[in-house]
Design a binder for this molecule. Sequence first.
Ligand code: ATP
Length: 299
Amino acid sequence: MIEVINLNKSFGKFKALDDLSIHVNKASVYGLLGPNGAGKTTLIKHLVGIYKQDTGTVTVGGEPVYENPAVKSSIVYIPDDLYFFSQYSIEETAKFYANLYPAWNKERYEALKQVFPIDPKRRITKLSKGMQKQVSFWLGICLMPEVMILDEPVDGLDPVMRKKVWNLMLQDVAERQTTILVSSHNLRELEDVCDHVGILHNGKIVVERELDNMKSDIHKLQLAFTGKIPEDFLEELDILHRSQSGSVLLLIVKGNKEKLLSMLQKINPVILDVLPLTLEEIFIYELGGMGYDIQNVLI
Ligand SMILES: Nc1ncnc2c1ncn2[C@@H]1O[C@H](COP(=O)(O)OP(=O)(O)OP(=O)(O)O)[C@@H](O)[C@H]1O
């Protein structure tokens, strides 16, 4: 649904996006992670047609986005820094959208008054930051978008509202095949909602993974041996991290779990446990294995 191929963008001599490619399937949720200055907002501004790429292609539904009003009208963009007309109430903004966008869904707007407990007569710019975020989701969802692009979306929302907003959007992914791309610094925030995650660092995608597959491909093992550690044998494994506490060896290993276990049983360890890994740990070890300074890449 969203396809970015070999995208390059420089500001003067500074290369903000460096031959970047991503692919986001229809009816999926793609999480874009990365530290400050990685290039997330710059990429997003290409996806919503604000920036024109230097080179490369950016398409949504197979169509280029830049200067393409038809494609742009199918995308709802909720930026980090929200903008609303300074004099308009929620109600007036809703009327404005209803006149401008044929897809505006009035019934939905009315129904969502139950979810967003804000008086629609209030002027939006006078609301708190979190309340303004709520309004942007309320109105954005009523535009019945095919694609939602969200920059730090739940920043400022309280935990109950975060859950409500994600529930509404995930319902649209399931029922209307909406496609969502969401940027964040926080992997934990994305873990529950995304099916793919891409990590952006210095303008490049350094890791892109389907989350369902990830946990089946990387394992935390605790091992202990009666005699010496069989180093020759361990060299055969794809070890991302190794540490030792007393006689217990902790390994983070890539590979098929059953194969690993049957290999390791052959060397008769006195302890052989497979421990669960969080998604955050997986990324930390994978990126560490690729030579990235983890502290600078993930929070
Ligand atoms: N209009 C611009 N002119 C010059 N440099 C820019 C411009 N926009 C972005 N940059 C630079 O491009 C890099 C990427 O910025 P971007 O805002 O895309 O990062 P980000 O990943 O969204 O960061 P954050 O998490 O802090 O919001 C930064 O070094 C930034 O200074």
